[in-house]
Ligand binder design. Sequence first.
Ligand code: SF4
Ligand code: SF4
Length: 302
Amino acid sequence: MNISGKIFDIKKYAIHDGPGIRTTVFLKGCPLTCGWCHNPEGLWSAPKIIYEFNRCIGCGDCIEACREAAISATPSGMSTDRHRCKGCGLCVDACPGGARELTERTVTVDQLVEIIKQDILFYDESGGGVTFSGGEPLLQADFLIEVLKACGLCEIHRIVDTSGYANRSIIEEVARQTDLFLFDLKLIDSERHKQFTGVPNQTILDNLVFLHNLEADVTVRIPLIPGINDDPENLSQICGFLLPLKGIRDVHILPYHDYQKNKYSKLGMEYTADEIVVPPPERVSNSLKQFEEKGFQVSIGG
Ligand code: SF4
Ligand code: SF4
């Protein structure tokens, strides 16, 4: 089967998305709406084109190139109507200033696997492999499963980096084709989870227990977001939830950073998490200690 999927980036030689040297594939679409999201271009609702005003020389070639009449000149630069834009990329090819970039492309299973296979030597020498991230990779489950199967046939180590928000049948099918899950946990209080991510967390917690009972290899990742989930009470609740899951002892704490703000402005999207500050080092180390004291193996970052 050579079905296709939508991706928004492929990062080669990645060293923070699991062990060794990896290729990270970012799949488009996410059911969550976290305001601090580091990859806003991964949301279905994101524009398909990134535009950089500073690189634009105002030549108008993009307007000529667009068959959908989606681009117009405005006093603040070239504006793209996201409802008209089909993501064909013609304006990107036509742009002499490199001011336009496509954030979404369609690839078949075979095309993607060929790209992943290019670096098999690096994976073998470093203990690396491929990581599927997003967005939420489980949202394109049929495509993901076919790519995972093909990578498995090539003996490439496979990681799925997920929010865990998916149907049980998808989790079960993906688990058969995955060597390691990087599983995000943010908040144990479901109301607060819904408030800050747009969805309640029962499905996520149930899926984590399910993966544990399947004896899947799972590392829990906790994005540390000041004012939202970095309070000792929430971290203590996460410890309490994980402690009975004796097969899960690896925890990665991912401190919030704000490098992504620039992406929002280039996409023409509003950044709604401006009030969040980068956590001070002592807050990060206190969080680490809280988990270490309970017997978890904790690292900061990927
Ligand atoms: S990607 Fe295609 S449809 Fe979208 S603005 Fe560019 S030329 Fe027009
Ligand atoms: S083609 Fe590129 S440089 Fe020319 S107006 Fe469009 S965005 Fe600007």
